[in-house]
Design a protein around this ligand. Sequence first.
Ligand SMILES: Nc1ncnc2c1ncn2[C@@H]1O[C@H](COP(=O)(O)OP(=O)(O)OP(=O)(O)O)[C@@H](O)[C@H]1O
Ligand SMILES: [Mg+2]
Length: 307
Amino acid sequence: MEKPTVQLIKVTKKIGKKTIIHDLSFEVPKGEVFGFLGPNGAGKTTTIRMMVGLMRITSGDVLIEGHSITKDFEKAIKHVGAIVENPEMYKYLTGYQNLIHFARMSKGVTPERIQEVIHLVGLENRIHEKVKKYSLGMRQRLGVAQALLHRPSLLILDEPTNGLDPAGIRELRDYLRELAQKENISVVVSSHLLSEMELMCDRIGIIQNGKLVDVRLIKDFVSTGEGEAGRVSFEVDSVERALAALSGSDLQAAAVNGGIELVAVREQIAEANVLLVQAGVKIYGIRPLTKTLEDKFLEMTGSDQIA
Ligand SMILES: Nc1ncnc2c1ncn2[C@@H]1O[C@H](COP(=O)(O)OP(=O)(O)OP(=O)(O)O)[C@@H](O)[C@H]1O
Ligand SMILES: [Mg+2]
């Protein structure tokens, strides 16, 4: 297997007597969008700051393309593009002028590469306007373009969807995925918003109180297994008659939101349907209630309380 772009090995951060990050280990392969998900104060920004060498690691290490960020900073950081705090832009310069400026700061960025990153983030039409006229989403894109100039193999974005509207989030999501594939880079994004991680990432790691609670493929999170019981809701004309119709069976039904819900395997859904129809209950809809990532996340972390 190809070696991962980034590898965290038992990364620990102590500030004073407090351990903020405990023994964090995970790795991200090429072409993957990895989501770093956790409630406020969980330790996402702290971890990212250590990954890009903005903060000292108390123990453990981060390897980027095999180079240690602590022992071989220059070689490691060469492969990283990141937006940790808001990207610094010159507002009175155009987007293009900003990119030229940042291009001068790293070796070997050609005018062709500048055009390429502009195209990658879809800013062609507005790149010659002053940044002060940009919307938040456009600034975000310019930030990503800047972070990509030197062809990093790892792109790290801390809370990239902050302040974006739903359309902006969707666009970001689409081009991050495209980026991961086209440029074959790894992308690490952090967020406390579960619903969008579900759509943006291939895999997520959940962090809580500085500990990695779980790392899983999105598809494993969302789908319920074959033969596994799931909640199903029936939209009916009479909840009372529906419950009465099922009361003789071994199906456990309950009145929820003006309809009924039951926990059933596939066959039992058909069984319930037959019983209801036979009892003369009108059914307007049958809907499986798949657990969202959010449900699973809350189940796992107990709550979204800040520790
Ligand atoms: N310099 C510091 N000194 C002491 N504690 C700190 C310091 N920086 C961060 N912390 C603590 O470390 C924990 C993790 O903070 P961090 O900013 O990494 O969380 P986060 O997951 O990024 O949260 P958010 O979603 O709010 O951005 C918090 O409890 C925070 O108070
Ligand atoms: Mg943060």
